[in-house]
Design a protein around this ligand. Structure first.
Ligand SMILES: [Zn+2]
Length: 255
């Protein structure tokens, strides 16, 4: 199994796009439709450029932390705004590299396949054929280091965006395994480890200044999480969810 296949297996969702000349020249990476959906599924939507939105990226290769933004760029001639990832993110990438964004629940990961100085397609083949079978993310991250010193074929594995795991765990506990959407309350399915599967949704989005705090999160079933983002009733669902979270926090003396 190749590294990319293993990455796909470790993630709930993966979307890849080749870094174009335009991405680098604009100094802003333009995610494709699949990557935008993936980002939205993790709770991230582009904001207006005037807003400050920071995604934290830990470069697994150098150990360096850099910042990215995710914003809608206004365009002339009546064209629709374009979602872009800016700041240090675009500078982190090079033309011809393949950027794989991965989502595991609400965590984002990125793998970049680099091949500076030689044919890109060859590099992907080499990577796919290499013996990285069955490695988990931790092993992959460690493996990245061992690939250093081979500048023609480099892999970067990075965790993008950190969220407080305690807030997440607390929301799941508060829910007692049931979706917190009042008109749903379905019990999450049982995971391999015996716990219930629920997704943690930030009511007031982090990108718009919302807090990563128990007062601002709800544990939702996968359907309701998609509903609050995409449903025609999204606004009213959000209103009833806010009330339900407030009540639940009072009941549990949380906030
Ligand atoms: Zn639900």
């Amino acid at each position: 199994m190749s590294l990319i296949k293993d990455f796909r297996k470790s993630m709930d969702e993966v979307a890849a796009k080749k870094v174009t000349k335009t991405d680098v020249l604009k100094n802003a990476y333009v995610p494709d439709e699949h990557q935008k959906i993936l980002l939205a599924n993790a709770g991230f939507t582009p904001v207006l450029k005037s807003d400050t939105r920071r995604l934290q990226i830990i470069d697994g290769d150098s150990g360096r932390t850099l910042f990215a933004s995710y914003y809608n760029a206004m365009r002339k001639d009546g064209r629709l705004p374009e979602a872009r990832m800016g700041r240090e993110f675009a500078r982190w990438l090079a033309i011809g590299e393949m950027l794989y964004l991965g989502r595991k629940e609400t965590w984002l990961y990125a793998i970049v396949i680099t091949n500076r100085g030689s044919n890109f397609e060859e590099s992907v083949d080499d990577v796919e054929d290499s013996s990285l079978a069955g490695l988990g993310l931790t092993e992959l991250a460690a493996r990245v280091r061992t690939l250093e010193g081979q500048p023609a074929k480099r892999l970067r594995l990075s965790a993008v965006i950190e969220r407080n795991p305690v807030v997440r765990a607390l929301a799941i506990l508060r829910s007692q395994g049931h979706c917190e959407m009042p008109d749903c309350r379905v019990e999450g399915f049982v995971k391999v480890d015996g716990s219930r599967y629920l997704e943690v949704h930030h009511i007031h989005q982090l990108c718009l200044g919302g807090d990563d705090a128990i007062a601002n999160v709800a544990a939702l079933c996968a359907t309701c999480h998609a509903r609050v983002h995409y449903s025609v009733d999204a606004v009213s669902l959000e209103t009833s969810l806010k009330k339900a979270v407030l009540d639940a926090n009072k009941r549990h003396n949380l906030a």
